[in-house]
Design a protein around this ligand. Sequence first.
Ligand code: ADP
Ligand code: MN
Ligand code: MN
Ligand code: MN
Length: 361
Amino acid sequence: MGCKSVRIASTKRGGNIEKRVTSVAFRAEYIWTDGTEPVPLMRSKTRIMDGGEPPIWGFDGSSTNQATGDNSDCVLNPVFTCADPLRGGDDILVLCEVLLPETMEPHPTNHRAACAEVAAKFADHEPWFGMEQEYTFFEEGRPLGWPVEGYYFPAPQGPYYCGVGATEISGRNIVEAHTSACMEAGLSISGTNAEVMLGQWEYQIGPSGPLEVADEMWMARYLLYRIAEDFGVNASISAKPIKGDWNGAGCHTNFSTNAMRESYEPIIAACEAMGAEGKVEEHLEGYGHGYEDRLTGMHETAHFTEFRYGVSDRGASIRIPWQVAQDQKGYIEDRRPNANIDPYIVSRLITNTICSVIDPA
Ligand code: ADP
Ligand code: MN
Ligand code: MN
Ligand code: MN
């Protein structure tokens, strides 16, 4: 779990000539999420380092929907660093939270600190998350692999999920490059698969703690966007990229605590907690833009006005995997979060709702 340690050149420039020739500059790519609504964009810029840990830095928030021109500076506070698998060598990726310069408090667009607080509060439950990030490749305004002539639609859904072959698959070269990059960065990527709609894919991050899974989800998204860019392709996390009889894109969120991993009663208690008065609405609010378009009751979803859980039920809000019912312990899968969630918000909501009502083993 977590990120492998990164070797940072320690020799500072200056001093004697020997030191100067052994000093190796490297690049730190500072990465953050902006204030674009309704779905934030990722931003990044490069800092050349002579050694040491990546320091606090700043940027022009008036160009990212995070500040006004007359008071434009925002602060970048490094929170998670890993090897940069694209540049290699000593180069690193630096995920940052955005702070307000006056108070050094979290910027209202950044939800990491609130997640960290809940993660610390319930640490004795040992909460684990596995997030399934679905996404869709686009090229020249069309899902990748969709026909450019005639009716503009490929054959209906059926052969694409976990498909093999040039008729069933588009973009595997990008997916393979992204998977290798996540592994080289030391992220806890746990798998990938082609999805139900042609051009749609998934990768999973976890199981990891509430804060760790969210940090790594953002880092994995950055790598996806960045690698797809090299192929002239856009990776979209839109929740319903194509209207009609085509699956939307979700971010199924798998969750367990120590108690849930040991017995079945806490599994049921967790499902009940998620359906308690006011909780369904509170969660949907944080489950991503456009959930009404995706949670229609069709295409392997429960309607957003409904809450139900069940074993093996891919039409339920929460699925208890068959193996979990069999073993009488394990985890639950919340199928409602959209592909475009902020993972800090979702892991905070689920940790808080469930850990507030069940015992830490
Ligand atoms: P699905 O069958 O829904 O497509 P996936 O295999 O895509 O499931 O994703 C399952 C995710 O759940 C993976 O990220 C995996 O690491 C994670 N996971 C497995 N066990 C647990 C657990 N006990 N608690 C939380 N997450 C878990
Ligand atoms: Mn999956
Ligand atoms: Mn999926
Ligand atoms: Mn799933």
